[in-house]
Design a protein around this ligand. Structure first.
Ligand code: JEK
Length: 233
């Protein structure tokens, strides 16, 4: 699967060489291009921003470099989904990660900065491409870069062959079994640590009782932290 990222901070994406996404690149399961938006400017100062029409604080990203970048990176024979992180986007949930991974389409990420990108860039792209304006969540970041790192990690770990142990994804896809509840707590060795013991039930070997205990723990945690996820709320 192909990923391209346009940003004024290419160095932000050095962490993609690490960990799971880095291994997926090394194994040839994905390929990633990181591109500096300023490469599509033509003035001496490589300007990417200007003052907002209608007034207001801050600056807005100019449309022309974005138009040229998208033109250069789109292969009409294999058109990407254009993903634009924005605080006003549809929330990026697991269901969105699932859709993007299943699409197998190339993903082209446009990282804005300042107050965002001139809206005509998205309007024009929509005439040729599928465009998704997505938000990581209800808080304000300074730009799209962190959102792209999170979205890419969520998509890449779903691709066939990326996770060494496919069982861990199979169990996740059974999340329906867990009624969409939050995770139960997990424990490993040692049995006693700083005066805290592993719950005895987990040592019993009684799988049905363990499953019932975990379901109840998940229900309690969900009730306290995310009551809106409980059925009938
Ligand atoms: C992309 C630029 C910064 C900051 C103005 C006024 C209330 C903010 C843009 N979950 C997410 N949070 N933030 C982003 C995100 C932020 C971005 C860009 C994504 C490009 N910025 C910025 C302030 C404002 N708004 C009204 C909200 C706009 C994001 C994601 N994904």
């Amino acid at each position: 699967m192909r990923f391209d990222i346009v940003t004024i901070f290419p160095d932000y994406f050095a962490p993609l060489q690490l960990s799971l996404v880095g291994k997926a690149i090394q194994n040839g399961l994905i390929s990633v291009g990181v591109h500096d938006l300023r490469d599509w400017t033509h003035d001496r100062h490589r300007t990417v921003d200007d003052t907002p029409y209608g007034g207001g604080a801050g600056m807005v990203m100019k449309p022309e470099p974005w138009g040229e970048a998208i033109d250069a990176l789109v292969d009409p024979a294999d058109p990407p989904i254009l993903i634009v992180p924005t605080p006003s986007g549809e929330v990026f949930r697991q269901s969105v990660a699932d859709e993007l991974a299943a699409s197998r389409r190339p993903l082209l990420f446009a990282c804005g900065r300042y107050e965002g990108i001139d809206a005509r860039v998205m309007a024009h792209a929509r005439t040729r491409l599928e465009v998704r304006e997505l938000s990581l969540g209800d808080y304000v970041l300074n730009g799209g870069e962190v959102a792209v790192l999170a979205m890419m990690e969520a998509v890449v770990r779903l691709l066939d062959g990326v996770i060494g142990n496919p069982q861990s994804l199979t169990e996740e896809s059974h999340a329906a079994d867990h009624d969409g509840l939050l995770e139960y707590p997990v424990f490993t060795k040692p049995l006693s640590w700083r005066g805290l013991e592993v719950p005895e039930i987990l040592l019993s070997g009684h799988h049905a009782n363990i499953a019932a205990w975990r379901r109840e723990q998940a229900r309690q945690i969900t009730l306290h932290r995310r009551p809106e996820l409980l059925p009938g709320s």
